[in-house]
Each structure stands twice: as C-alpha cells, then as structure tokens.
Design a protein around this ligand. Structure first.
Ligand SMILES: Nc1ncnc2c1ncn2[C@@H]1O[C@H](COP(=O)(O)OP(=O)(O)OP(=O)(O)O)[C@@H](O)[C@H]1O
Ligand SMILES: [Mg+2]
Length: 448
C-alpha cells in the first residue's frame, strides 16, 4: 500500500503541480485548499505525512502543525515557507516539523524530503510494534487485578507513573514487584527510554559500585577499559533497583548521593557525570526493621519511598486466584476445554501461597503439562504444603521474638551440612545463586 500524503496549500496552481509530482512517484495524495479543509482531510484519511504551506487563507500552517503533533505525534509534517522567512522556518522546527522547504522549490527537493519523512515514520511504527512485542514477552500485558486491593494499587501506580517521583515497591517474593515496576515505566513519560533492571543482591559486593556508577580504565585490577554503569545506561529512562535491602551501608551512602545530586562518579574518576533517570526500587525485606537494626539508612529510605507501593501477598487477596488461573491457562496456551474443577479452585483458595503469583503460575503450567484429563482435580495439584518438609510455612514465633538472621543462619548451616560443605550444592538447596550464599557467609562471618 502506498503512503498517503496530505498536501495543504491555498495556491491552486502550485497545489496541482505538487500533487502531480508526488503522484508520479507513486504516493497517494489528498489535497486541501484551506486550513479548515486540511483538518477535515486529516481526520478522514489519517495520512502518513502532511505537507502544508504556512500562509493559508483561513489559518496558519503552524497551527496545523501543532494540531497534527497533538493528534498523531508520529506523523511527520513538512512546512513550506516563502523564501526569506527564516523566522517562520525556525518556529516550524521548534514546533516539531520534520523539515521545512522554502518556496520556490524544485521537484526533487520535495520528493527527497517526503521520502525521508516517511522513512522516519516507518521506523517509529516498527519501534512501536517491537515495544509492544517486548511488553508482551516480558508479561506486563494483562496484570491480573480482580481484587479491590490490586485495583487500588494499580490505580495509585498509574498516577505515580505520570510523575518523576521515586517509587519504592515492597512485597513478598513473587508478588509481582518487577511487573509493577515495568508497568510504571511503560506508562510514564519515559516509556520511550530504557528500563534497566539491576538486582542488587546478585552483584558481588566488591563490584556493586562499579556496576552502578561505572569505572574508568585501570581503577582496579580487571578494569581493562572504561565501563558505563547502570545509572548511565538508564539515562533518559528508568532505573529499577531490585532487592535494594541487600545493599551494604557504604553503597547506600553513594546511592543516596547519586539520587540527590542526579550525578554519579565512576570508580577511579574524579569527575562527576550527570544522569537523567527515574528510580524505582523494590524490596522483599522490611526496611523499617533493617533501619532499626542499623542495616539500612533512614535518609535513603525516605528518599526512595516518595511513593511507597505495597503489593499484598496472594493469601491476602484470594479473589485474584480464579482470574490468575484463567490468565495463566491462556498464557500457557492450554486448549479451551482445560479447566480447574470447583473443588480444585477451593483448594487453591485455601492454600497459603508462600511463593505468591510465581508459585500459582508454576502450578498452572505444571497442571497443563502433566494433566491426564482436561478437568483438573485437587489430586492433580501437588501443592507444596502437602509435603512435611515445609513446616516453616506455619512457624511459631516466641513471645520475645526471633531474629530472622538466626533463622537464616540456621538454614544455611543445615544446607551446608546436607551438601557436605559444598557451597554450590548448598546454594542450590537454598534456591539462591552461589554468590549470594557467599555474600551471606561473609556477612555473618561464617566463611569457616
Ligand atoms: N498481577 C499479576 N498478574 C499476572 N501475572 C503476574 C502478576 N503479578 C506477578 N505476575 C507474574 O508472576 C511472576 C513473578 O513476578 P515478579 O517477578 O514481578 O515478582 P517479584 O515480586 O519481583 O518477585 P521476587 O521478589 O522473587 O523478585 C512473573 O512471571 C509475573 O509475570
Ligand atoms: Mg523481582
């Protein structure tokens, strides 16, 4: 299909010649002899490109430009100005014109400009399609929110998205913190910029500063060339700092400074670099408790939680369960007649969901793959709590309280014991990456 060009000019002879020249190159041309007619044609044909004169009988071409930019920001506009009216041309470019050409112009100048503009428009369209595709792949499409709690949360999140404010998302593992962060980014004015996700817990301690802020060549052994940090990579977009509670206090200080000053200082450099980013942080830890324990800086906490968003665990919003099941059946392409029996749904509703949405997603996927019949019954669910080993799901807390750290230490010791002190195997048993285990061992002084 050929591209449609809307040509607006009140000079009849020029309009006819231009129309002829463009049509001869295979473009489909719609013409208008006045501003008002131009706007009507614009609405009727949704052209791929607008070419407009500045001085129209009834309107100014720059108003047409503004209107087009408002209605269809990706549609390029070429403005034709009279020879010598440079000021007009400058104004047109300021208002977002793709280009201007001064009258009188030759045929080839116009055609070349039109081709370039349409090429750009084609790229815009392709980028949009790709972004949609990526959103689909990263699963931010269709966040299930049947419960009032989730609806309210998404409502707040969409209002937060419009601002530049720092957002702190908290919630248990698997509740959808990353999905929510992506949703905020995609609905923010920065959606055309990158969203860079950094898992603070997954970066070895000694490297975190260089990963976040970059480094210059030779600043430490192994720094063989300059490296951009995530702050710089995310410039123009959103930086998602996941598992923020795992940052050591010295890195917290530097992070706070970077956020406040909107500047980073690469490791080994004496110069600061400006960065233009919006920060979304997430944690599954109780930061208030970490503050009380002296492990998280209070000033950083307040800096980050300008807009705090708490995602409730799935066991506190069971109304979402049937919708989530339906959502994941569709996501995993289950045939239309695969469904969960009423009793199976009841069992799912009664289950405490320690792994939250991630867990229900896994269970639905497993049920689809392993099903013997299309109706899935309670016996087909194989939920974790059926197994005795997870008594930790209903732990007792003594009246005087218990330190989470002690529980963690005890489980790390148990895992090492079971793994014959093999750390990789112990990490596998604890379902954490090996370096996270090493980090914990160091933190708790348990290396030996
Ligand atoms: N409301 C929802 N609707 C549909 N899918 C969801 C929803 N919330 C989460 N998910 C899915 O659940 C999985 C876990 O989500 P996500 O990775 O965002 O959780 P998280 O809170 O970041 O977990 P963790 O703390 O373990 O990193 C993802 O596959 C995500 O697509
Ligand atoms: Mg996450």
């Amino acid at each position: 299909m050929s591209d449609v060009i809307l040509l607006i000019d009140d000079d009849q002879s020029l309009r006819r010649v231009t129309e002829y020249n463009l049509a001869a190159k295979g473009f489909q041309v719609v013409t208008a002899a006045s501003g008002r007619e131009g706007l009507l044609q614009f609405k009727a044909h949704a052209p791929d490109l607008v070419v407009t004169d500045v001085k129209l009988g009834d309107m100014n071409g720059l108003d047409i430009l503004s209107m087009v930019k408002k209605e269809a920001p990706d549609t390029p506009v070429i403005v034709m100005t009279a020879f010598g009216s440079i000021e007009m041309a400058v104004q047109a470019m300021h208002k977002g014109a793709f280009n201007f050409i001064t009258k009188p112009f030759d045929r080839d100048t116009l055609i070349l400009s039109c081709k370039k503009a349409l090429e750009l428009k084609g790229l815009h369209t392709k980028t949009k399609l790709l972004v949609n595709e990526i959103n689909h792949l990263t699963g931010t499409e269709g966040i299930v929110s049947a419960s009032t709690a989730m609806k309210e949360l998404l409502d707040t999140a969409s209002r937060a998205a419009n601002s530049e404010a720092t957002v702190l998302i908290s919630g248990e593992s698997g509740t959808g913190k990353e999905v929510l962060a992506r949703l905020i980014h995609q609905n923010s004015p920065r959606s055309n910029g990158p969203m860079v996700a950094v898992n603070c817990a997954a970066i070895p301690r000694g490297l975190i500063e260089s990963e976040l802020f970059g480094h210059v060549k030779g600043s430490f052994t192994g720094a063989i060339k300059d490296r951009k940090g995530h702050f710089s990579t995310a410039s123009g977009g959103t930086l998602f700092l996941d598992e923020i509670g795992e940052l050591s206090t010295d890195v917290q200080v530097k992070l706070l400074r970077a956020i406040q000053e909107k500047e980073v200082q690469p490791v080994g450099s004496d110069k600061s670099k400006r960065v233009d980013i919006r920060i979304i942080a997430a944690t599954n830890l109780d930061l208030k408790k970490k503050i009380a324990a002296g492990e998280f800086r209070e000033d950083l906490f307040y800096r980050l939680s300008v807009i705090p968003l708490f995602i409730p665990p799935l066991r506190e919003r069971k109304e979402d369960i049937p919708s989530l099941v339906a959502h994941f059946l569709k996501k995993f392409d289950a045939p239309a007649d695969v469904h969960f029996s009423k009793q199976a749904l009841e069992v799912l509703k009664a289950y405490p969901w320690p792994g939250n949405i991630r867990e229900i997603q896994n269970i639905v996927e497993r049920c689809i793959i392993l099903r013997k019949k299309n109706k899935i019954e309670p016996g087909d669910l194989h939920l974790l709590v059926d197994k005795p080993a997870v008594s930790i799901l209903s732990p007792e807390i003594p009246n005087e309280g218990i330190a989470l750290e002690d529980i963690e230490k005890a489980y790390i010791l148990k895992a090492l014991e079971k793994a014959n002190q093999n750390r990789s195997e112990a990490a596998r048993l604890l379902k954490i990456p090996r370096h996270v285990l090493l980090y914990r061992l160091e933190k708790y002084g348990m290396q030996d």
